[in-house]
Design a protein. Structure first.
Length: 153
């Protein structure tokens, strides 16, 4: 049976994904390394589907900060053949852009922290395990969220 190698591969997918968010290289190779073609996500900053939208929405979300650091733990992997339900805890530290901190009268390095869970589905592909769906659910916040640009009419 492949349970242990599959669990190990999926947990490695999770860990590499979380680190990749801090590396800030969101291109087609990044998207394909972690997601299926039909990937869909639900996040606090919006829902998305498909690789192109995933690249752009991730780039925009992370780009609201000077730096980020994402931690994952308590990985739960429920295997069902070539599919797996995944869940993990996340601690996400977001260092505000210098102009955001200045505008708020904060010291450089001010940050917005989020504790939450990721939950979704991974599937086995010809390239290895990939996420088909991820839902990011915040549980708690500390600090002020980023400044969001106002839509113009």
């Amino acid at each position: 049976m492949h349970a242990l190698p599959d669990r190990t591969a999926i947990i490695e997918l999770i860990d590499r994904y979380m680190v990749s968010l801090d590396d800030r290289v969101f291109d087609d190779a990044w998207a394909r390394a972690f997601h299926t073609e039909d990937f869909a996500a639900t996040t606090p900053v919006g829902d998305g589907a498909g690789l192109a939208e995933t690249i752009e929405s991730t780039r925009a979300a992370v780009g609201r900060f000077d730096a980020t650091q994402h931690f994952s733990s308590n990985h739960i992997v429920d295997l069902d053949g070539d599919r797996a339900r995944v869940r993990w805890y996340a601690l996400m530290v977001h260092v505000h852009l210098a102009e955001t901190a200045r505008a708020r009268g904060q010291e450089p390095g001010a940050h917005f922290d989020v504790g939450g869970t990721f939950e979704g589905e991974a599937v086995r592909t010809a390239q290895g395990w990939r996420f088909r769906r991820l839902d990011v659910r915040p549980v708690w916040f500390n600090g002020q969220p980023p400044v969001f640009e106002q839509a113009t009419a």
